[in-house]
Design a binder for this molecule. Structure first.
Ligand code: ATP
Ligand code: MG
Length: 205
């Protein structure tokens, strides 16, 4: 067999394989016909949870739709996502946190801040004009018991039919995972911080 014949046999088999693959993928795409508001949980110890949520905010704005972001823990206000996104038309931005407990060292205030934040988030979760609600670092409020699951789950479950919700934070409670349609647990394989690199603008904040 000449080199040319060998190549054309390889090409033929490649074409056949990719044709079969395409048929399988096309059938799966054709079978997915439902449109609905989703709950996404982005959890795990790896980097990429909140930044992924902000990516979805950008996507939503690209369609001229509205997004509401609730940052429950974030103490620092001068972060890149806030500087950019809070200025865009169609964005509601609420900072409802004053930092982690070890920074504030005031449990009573942390609980009051969390509850005030949740009250505002509940309004967004009842507003059908908001296409995407980001509950950034919500998992900690549940894990620290600042908010009970009985307070958190119903407003998410009963939200407008087409509204999407993204919940971020480590160690998501099993009930949040149960409620979600899509769950990603981001694994921490390596982080530059452990090599002594401080948080970098545009990457970490
Ligand atoms: P990002 O906002 O970058 O998507 P994240 O939401 O997944 O990160 P958080 O636990 O909320 O992660 O932490 C936010 C900050 O801490 C970011 O600056 C991020 O780079 C950093 N960070 C995230 N994971 C780790 C880690 N495993 N070790 C050290 N720093 C981390
Ligand atoms: Mg985060």
């Amino acid at each position: 067999m000449s080199g040319c014949e060998e190549l054309s046999e390889k090409e033929r088999r490649h074409k056949e394989r990719t044709r079969k693959h395409k048929a399988v993928v096309d059938a799966k795409i054709a079978a997915a016909t439902i449109d609905k508001g989703l709950v996404l949980v982005l959890t795990g110890n790896g980097k990429g949870k909140s930044s992924s949520a902000f990516g979805m905010v950008a996507r939503m704005l690209g369609y001229g739709r509205t997004a509401a972001v609730f940052q429950f823990i974030k103490g620092k206000e001068d972060v890149g996502e806030r500087a950019f996104l809070s200025r865009q038309a169609g964005v509601i931005w609420e900072n409802c946190g004053e930092g982690f407990t070890w920074e504030t060292q005031d449990l009573r205030r942390d609980i009051a801040t969390a509850r005030a934040g949740w009250k505002k988030a509940r309004q967004a979760l009842a507003d059908p004009s908001i296409s995407l609600v980001v509950l950034d670092e919500l998992t900690y409020l549940v894990n620290y018991r600042y908010l009970s699951l009985d307070e958190v789950l119903p407003p998410i479950r009963d939200r407008p039919e087409m509204q999407h919700v993204v919940i971020t934070g480590r160690a998501a409670h099993a009930d949040l995972i149960d409620l979600a349609d899509t769950v990603s647990a981001i694994r921490d394989e390596k982080h530059a911080f452990r090599a002594g690199v401080r948080a970098q603008q545009g990457i970490d904040l």
